[in-house]
Ligand binder design. Structure first.
Ligand code: URA
Length: 252
């Protein structure tokens, strides 16, 4: 009995590690077995049944003819290749200033975003607003989009398959906005674009040069505001990242 429980706990830890979480950073222990949300959150890993299986997808996005934000939005709103649209209330395309030099990318819409059709309008959005204000920015001076534009049911993390299907959308989106700097909010956005092997705690706070078509963009991975709401002690690292972002824009 005891060894079965131990094995279950070890399996859970292995899953969490595969997700890229390889450091213990909380101030106090947390019972992760209590909530099944944790299980959902571990979907983005190689154990995912749908991982890398793109064979059964009838249509991947073909964006060759798309050369404006309106075209992209129109194409995405008609796209049926990602099942998430079926359970979503609204497609969440973007918010903010299309001419901004700063683009922020999150994971996927949650409940409030799904209802309002805008990214980061719920609790984590409120924190994001405060973070932006702390470096003299606002919703009107940045541009915000997500890796996946439809809410995954029960706010689960998007699967690798969903991410791979939607990836051409966000890549094209970045190309069309052509920001001077990109900030990736959280491990899903970071993994989707960088395919990093190390976890977000290791990769955050370091600039990475990324290419989108002919565009080269310095890109900064950082923590997701929802993570900061759960782990306020980590805010000091986000503050470092925000200062790096501000410095980069001031220099450019
Ligand atoms: N979390 C995200 O990653 N994106 C949103 O739009 C809202 C919450």
């Amino acid at each position: 009995m005891a060894s079965k429980k131990l094995e279950e706990n070890l399996n859970l830890l292995r899953k969490i590690k595969l997700q890229g979480v390889d450091e213990i950073i909380g101030n106090s222990p947390k019972n992760r077995l209590k909530s099944n949300i944790t299980e959902d959150k571990v979907n983005l890993n190689k154990n995912d049944k749908n991982s890398n299986q793109l064979n059964n997808i009838s249509s991947l996005p073909d964006l060759k003819a798309v050369d404006s934000l309106d075209d992209l939005k129109d194409y995405m709103s008609k796209f049926k290749g990602c099942e998430l649209y079926k359970s979503a209330t609204n497609m969440v395309f973007s918010d903010g200033n299309k001419s901004s030099e700063i683009m922020l990318i999150g994971e996927a819409p949650g409940h409030d975003e799904d209802i309002q059709g805008k990214p980061f309008v719920g609790r984590s959005g409120k924190l994001l607003n405060k973070m932006l204000e702390a470096i003299g920015l606002s919703r009107d001076t940045v541009y915000i989009a997500n890796i996946v534009p439809w809410r995954p049911p029960n706010n689960r993390r998007p699967t690798e398959e969903e991410i791979n299907i939607c990836l051409p959308f966000i890549r094209k989106h970045i190309e069309l906005i052509a920001p001077k700097v990109l900030m990736l909010l959280g491990s899903t956005a970071t993994y989707a674009l960088l395919r990093n092997k190390e976890g977000i705690t290791k990769i955050r706070g370091k600039w990475v040069d990324m290419e989108f078509g002919k565009l080269k963009v310095p890109t900064l991975p950082s923590f997701h505001p929802a993570f900061l709401l759960r782990q306020p002690a980590q805010k000091k690292y986000s503050w470092e990242d925000l200062k790096m972002l501000k410095k980069k824009i001031d220099e450019s």
